[in-house]
Write a protein that binds this ligand. Structure first.
Ligand code: BES
Ligand code: MN
Ligand code: ZN
Length: 488
């Protein structure tokens, strides 16, 4: 899909579908004969302009477009999150009706930098389909060739906002395409290769630690998980350095769980739904996507991403329940359940990030089924050891329309993390499982300010939404980039 920003008036856009944002109970007006059709539509009660409302009008009089697609934003056309969804919803609707050329009009309140950024994001994210491996020739019939965002009379600064939105959404789609890849194709070495290719394209420094290097430095916890697979592990490190650092002494580290397939290991998972465990690398994919955008948007602070990549499998060398492993930090861990592997790879990555000099850490991980019980598929679980960094993350998430919810981290929750034989067990009890998992990581992250994001419930959409296809969501990419861009 080619994308552009344009300033021609809505009436002269020659497209298959022109998307028009509609505020609740306010009939859009063009001072054209088509206004009568719009009045009829509103009078019929068929369309109210509520979020999710859509209507299609064919051959609008006085306009060059073949169809108008009205899309509701609710109370305000100036709310970027509502605009992002409304544009995504309308674009997917236009696509389902075989429109190939699409434009969307942003005027009045929605003609702000934030809404322009959100609108192009909505279009690019809405256009993503997880159909790379389908060979159906029909799929070309429903393909949008061009999308133009119309901002008649809009300021020049909107062009930069449009470009930012395009970079963010393309980066988030890179994350989604990585998450969507099946585990036979996307083994750890392949994920590392794709991260390296992205880095070369946008000019990031990239290092990949291999198994030998990990053994040399003592990443015994990550290696214990990797042992059960015939696929070698990798840890990708992506470095962005600003030309002139804006904030003295700050170095942001992003850590992402990269389990390319989670069978559970010897503590094996039930067969039902196991195919979904290809998305257990969504945290790693999120930091890779975020680093792409960071390289292109150039924030004022240094940012380094750490993505440990392994496959959690069961061969003759697989780790056993009861094994005791030595982590990079020197702490020992009793592996009571081989399915709690995320925290085993993340603790070594967190220690490594601290040794690289990161002053602030944020990790994203599909860490626990327990967070899905707590927050469902709506909010990312946020587990901080530091209020200030937590507030920064939550503000970025809010600005970017990514729903996140802070969870309690009282010390009482860590009482279940007691082992008779090692410093820590790798599991607690079932109750509050996402919190004891976070406490396990906190034992390694302290005293560095750190926020853990559990994306097990939000990285994958089991059902398509009106504005997004089924499958990988790419959650956290926009929040990570916003966090780096707005550090100050
Ligand atoms: N990758 C899973 C968590 C997960 C569950 C992600 C559902 C996405 C959807 C993780 O490695 C895991 O298996 N966690 C266990 C931990 C338990 C053994 C303490 C879980 O949540 O069941
Ligand atoms: Mn697991
Ligand atoms: Zn896992």
């Amino acid at each position: 899909m080619n994308t552009a920003i344009g300033r021609v008036d809505a009436a002269s856009a020659t497209v298959d579908a022109l998307i028009v944002i509609a505020v609740e109970s306010q009939v859009p007006r063009f001072s054209l004969p088509a206004d009568t059709l719009l009045s009829h539509l509103y009078e019929s009660g068929e369309f109210k302009g509520k979020p999710g409302d859509t209507a299609v009008i064919h051959a609008p009089q006085g306009m060059a477009a073949k169809r108008l697609v009205l899309t509701g934003v609710g109370k305000s056309a100036g709310d970027p999150a509502a605009v992002r969804k409304a544009i995504g919803t309308a674009l997917r609707l236009a696509k389902s009706k075989a429109a190939h050329t699409v434009a969307a009009l942003l005027d009045g309140e929605s003609q702000s930098e934030a809404c322009v950024e959100a609108a192009i994001e909505g279009a690019i994210l809405g256009n993503f389909e997880p159909d790379l491996h389908k060979t159906d020739p029909e799929k070309d019939a429903q393909r949008i060739d061009s999308f133009t965002l119309l901002v008649p009379g809009g300021a020049e600064s909107l062009d930069a906002a449009f470009e930012r939105g395009r970079i963010l959404a393309d980066s988030q789609n890179l994350t989604r395409s990585l998450v969507n890849e099946p585990s036979n194709i996307l083994v750890p070495s392949e994920l590392a290769r794709r991260a390296r290719a992205m880095a070369a394209e946008v000019g990031l420094e990239c290092d990949v630690l291999d198994e030998d290097r990990m053994r040399q430095i003592g990443m015994g916890s990550l290696l214990a998980v990797a042992m059960g697979s015939d696929q070698p592990p990798a840890m990708v490190i992506l470095r962005y350095r600003p030309a002139k650092p804006a904030a003295e002494g700050v170095h942001l580290g992003l850590v992402g769980k990269g389990v390319t397939f989670d069978s559970g290991g010897i503590s094996i998972k039930p067969a039902d739904g196991m195919e979904k465990m290809k998305y257990d690398m969504a945290g790693a994919a999120a930091v890779i996507g975020a680093m792409r955008a960071i390289a292109l948007l150039k924030p004022g602070i240094p940012v380094t991403a750490f993505a440990p990549m392994v496959e959690n499998m069961i061969n003759g060398r697989a780790q056993r329940p009861g094994d005791i492993v030595k982590t990079l930090s020197g702490k020992t861990v009793e592996v009571l359940n081989t399915d709690a592997e995320g925290r085993l790879i993340l603790n070594d990555a967190i220690t490594y990030a601290q040794r690289e000099g990161c002053t602030h850490l944020v990790d994203a991980a599909t860490l626990t089924g327990s967070v899905v019980i707590a927050l469902g598929h709506v909010n990312v679980g946020v587990f901080p050891n530091n209020d200030e960094l937590c507030d920064r993350v939550l503000s970025s998430a809010k600005r970017q329309g990514e729903k996140m919810w802070r969870m309690p981290m009282d010390d009482e929750y860590k009482e279940v993390l007691k082992s008779a034989f090692a410093d820590l067990p790798n599991i607690g009890t079932r109750h509050g499982g996402s919190i004891s998992a976070a406490h396990f990581l906190k034992a390694f992250a302290d005293p560095t300010p750190w926020v853990h994001l559990d994306i097990a419930g939000t990285a994958w959409l089991d059902e398509a939404r009106p504005h997004l296809a089924k499958g990988p969501s790419g959650v956290c990419v926009r929040t990570f980039v916003d966090l780096a861009m707005n550090w100050q």
